[in-house]
Design a protein around this ligand. Structure first.
Ligand code: G3P
Ligand code: CA
Length: 276
C-alpha cells in the first residue's frame, strides 16, 4: 500500500473528529494550486555561494518556494549545511567535514571561492537554517552521505520535532536523500513529513523500483536527464510527486515545465519563475 494511502486514512479520521475540521476544509478549497514548485538548489547557487545564508536569503528574495540544503555532521556531532564531504572545494580550509569540529568549521570562509564580495560567509548549522527560514520559505532537506554519520536521522528528526515541524500541513518541509535505507528510516521516525528519494540511475526508474519507493516516499526526484512525460505519469499514478534537478539552463527548465513535473530544482530560480 502506498505511503499516501496509509497516511490519508489516518489524517481523514483525525480531521473528521476535530472541532477545527470546518476551518481546515475551507483552507483546502481556498487559493489556487501552483503548477510547479521553484526550488533554489543549495540556495540560489548560480548567483551566490552554495549552502550559505547569503545564497538562501537571495533565494527568498527571488521568491523561491523552497531552498534546498545539504546536511552533514561535524566531528563533535553538530548538524551543518555543506554539500561536499570535504571542505576543500567551497571553503578556504581542507579536510573532511566529519573530521572537523563545529568551531573549526565555523572559522572557515565559505564565500570567497564564489566571489570576494561574499568573503567571510560561514558554514551554517542546520538549526540556524531552520530558525531563520521556517515559515518563510519551504526547506528541502537533503541528508548528504548519511551512511558517514550514524544517528543523523534521529538528530534531524529531533530538531524538527522541537520546532513542531513534524506534523502534516507543516511549514513546507521535505526530507530527501540518495540513500534509500536512510529515507525508509526517516519515514519511520517522522511518518507525517514528506520523504523524497533522489536518483540518478536509469535502473531506479523501473516500475518495480517506483512501486517500492512509493511505500515510504512522497517524492521521486531524478536527475533531469532521466525525466520523460511517461515517467512523470507513472510517478503520479503511484501517488508520488516528482521534482527534478539540477536545472542550469532556461531550456531545461522549460522542458521540465512542459512535462509537468511538480518541482524544478535549479541553481537559477529566475529560470523557473520569470517574475524575477
Ligand atoms: O536536490 C537535488 C540535488 O541537490 C541532488 O544533487 O549533488 O546537488 O546534492 P546534489
Ligand atoms: Ca543537494
Amino acid at each position: 500500500m502506498s505511503k499516501k494511502l496509509v497516511l490519508g486514512v489516518g489524517i481523514a479520521f483525525s480531521v473528521l473528529i476535530s472541532p477545527f475540521s470546518q476551518v481546515f476544509a475551507d483552507d483546502l478549497t481556498g487559493g489556487e494550486r501552483k503548477q510547479v514548485d521553484n526550488v533554489a538548489h543549495r540556495g540560489a547557487a548560480g548567483y551566490a555561494p552554495e549552502n550559505t545564508i547569503a545564497g538562501f536569503d537571495l533565494a527568498v528574495d527571488m521568491k523561491a518556494d523552497y531552498i534546498e540544503i545539504d546536511v552533514q555532521k561535524s566531528k563533535d556531532g553538530e548538524l551543518v549545511v555543506i554539500h561536499d564531504t570535504t571542505v576543500d572545494r567551497t571553503t578556504d580550509g581542507t579536510g573532511k567535514v566529519g573530521d572537523l569540529t563545529l568551531k573549526q568549521l565555523k572559522s572557515l570562509d565559505a564565500g570567497s571561492w564564489k566571489d570576494e564580495k561574499f568573503a567571510g560567509e560561514p558554514i551554517p548549522t542546520f538549526e540556524e537554517i531552520l530558525d531563520r527560514y521556517y515559515g518563510k520559505v519551504g526547506i528541502l532537506i537533503e541528508l548528504k552521505a548519511p551512511q558517514l554519520y550514524p544517528g543523523i536521522e534521529e538528530q534531524v528528526a529531533e530538531a524538527l520535532k522541537k520546532r513542531n515541524l513534524d506534523k502534516p500541513q507543516n511549514e513546507k518541509i521535505i526530507i530527501q536523500s540518495f540513500n534509500f535505507k536512510s529515507m525508509k528510516k526517516m519515514n519511520k521516525l517522522l511518518p507525517e513529513v514528506p520523504i523524497g528519494v533522489l536518483t540518478s540511475n536509469h535502473t531506479d526508474t523501473t516500475t518495480e523500483a517506483l512501486q517500492e519507493f512509493s511505500t515510504y516516499a512522497d517524492w521521486f526526484n531524478p536527475n533531469y536527464g532521466n525525466v520523460s512525460k511517461e515517467l512523470v505519469n507513472q510517478v503520479h499514478s503511484l501517488d508520488m510527486q516528482i521534482g527534478s534537478w539540477t536545472v542550469r539552463s532556461q531550456e531545461a527548465a522549460d522542458l521540465l515545465f512542459e512535462m509537468e513535473v511538480d518541482a524544478i530544482i535549479s541553481d537559477y530560480p529566475d529560470y523557473v519563475d520569470p517574475r524575477n
